[in-house]
Ligand binder design. Structure first.
Ligand SMILES: Cc1ncc(COP(=O)(O)O)c(C=O)c1O
Length: 394
């Protein structure tokens, strides 16, 4: 029997997940209904935040968080040089400009020192989007100090279930004003497409809820038109008071989110187990480095990705050749990420030199993400290590 193809990540969906979605399909609400409320409550409880607002995906969450913070034209937002493009696109969606900051070579998260330097060069930066790279939380007191009074919108799309270095859960608001999660299939839990923003600020939460549904207000005390003096009821009435979107999550997705959430600890434990095996096998290979493998980082990371850095010339090969050879043997890998400033759209708008980001550049040259997801078996993990070593000749 041939072994199954192993992607770098994938969803873990079981019968209870399927049953929960099917039950919604047999019920009254398909789009936003009571399960979205329950999912939001469960998310908020899990991370220890006052509010969670579910949205259609992580990108929508970043967009709405920027809008809720009044980010807009004439302002600039900064994010990590090493991230998915969505972390920077959110600033452009709002009519502002985006810039990037180099990462710390150890954590691969936005470097507080580089942030302080960028801010000292100063222009109208009002928002910071640190990225929890690979699942390792970026937030800490140093980042807050560097950011000053600017809003911190943490891109925790990789890090649901992770903790900050001080033990507080990612999403608790300890080191960010708003925290954005993604529930895309490769992420810690999935709803298909989906995302959420957590915050402790009631005004941010209120705005986020309005903006995810066209900017429509239904709460009677908040309506601008107070209605006829006679008090005649108007049960149909609603007001669009700002320009929002349709970024809602559905009850089908929320049902899946609830069953997935109930399994998050098991998923995390399995991710950590596989990572521990990889660490034992790979950290001592000359020519290969395993970033974020220090025990204190492993303990608190959401372990979204298993990252390696390879000195390709030392193995007499290139990354492209290795990726193709692995693919031919049924093992998927990925490069996370081509730095944002190298993407043509961003290169044009940001007009920065790659040399300004030495840590992101080095990482980009060397990096590869190898398979890591909860339903991998021990045999799968052993196969990844054996084939990788064989392909590298290590
Ligand atoms: C760091 C980061 N930010 C944002 C996103 C966007 O999330 P979504 O795909 O749910 O829109 C992703 C998704 O891959 C991501 O990796």
């Amino acid at each position: 029997m041939t072994s199954p193809f192993l992607g770098y990540g994938r969803q873990t969906v079981a019968q209870d997940d399927i049953d929960a979605v099917v039950a919604v399909l047999r019920g009254d609400y398909l789009t936003q209904g009571p399960l979205v409320d329950r999912f939001e409550q469960a998310l908020a409880e899990r991370v220890g935040a006052a509010y969670a607002v579910a949205v259609s995906n992580g990108t929508a969450g970043l967009h709405l968080a920027c809008l809720a913070a009044d980010f807009g034209p004439g302002q600039r937002g900064l994010t990590s040089a090493l991230t998915f493009v969505a972390s920077a696109n959110c600033f452009y969606y709002c009519g502002g400009e985006a810039g990037v900051v180099d990462v710390d070579a150890e954590t691969l998260c936005l470097s507080p020192a580089a942030l302080a330097q960028s801010l000292a060069d100063g222009d109208n930066v009002t928002a910071i989007v640190p990225v929890d790279f690979g699942g390792l939380a970026a937030g800490n007191a140093e980042l807050r100090t560097a950011a000053g009074k600017r809003v911190i919108i943490e891109d925790a799309c990789h890090a649901f279930g992770g903790d900050y270095a001080d033990g507080a859960p990612v999403g608790s608001g300890k080191h960010a004003d708003m925290t954005v999660f993604s529930f895309h299939p490769v992420k810690p839990i999935t709803t298909g497409e989906g995302g959420a923003i957590t915050t402790n600020d009631p005004e941010f939460a209120r705005r986020l809820r309005l903006l995810r549904s066209h900017g429509i207000e239904r709460e009677p005390t908040r309506l601008q038109d107070k209605g006829p003096a006679s008090g005649e009821p108007r049960p149909w009435h609603y007001e669009q008071q700002s320009l929002g979107y349709n970024y809602r999550l559905t009850d089908m997705q929320a049902a899946l989110g609830l069953t997935q959430l109930s399994k998050l600890d098991g998923f995390l434990a399995r991710r950590r187990e596989i990572a521990a095996y990889y660490d034992a096998q790979l950290t001592k290979l000359p020519g290969l480095q395993v970033p974020q493998s220090a025990p204190d980082m492993r303990r608190r990371s959401g372990m979204h990705l298993y990252l390696i850095q390879v000195d390709w010339p030392r193995f007499g090969t290139t990354r492209g050749r290795v990726m193709e050879a692995l693919r031919g043997r049924g093992i998927g890998t990925q490069v996370h990420y081509i730095p944002v400033y190298r993407q043509p759209y961003h290169a044009h708008r940001m007009a920065v030199r790659p040399a300004l980001f030495p840590n992101a550049e080095r990482y980009f040259d060397e990096c590869l993400s190898i398979p890591l997801f909860p339903s991998m078996t021990d045999t799968d993990a052993e196969r990844v290590v054996a084939v990788l070593r064989e392909v590298l000749g290590a």
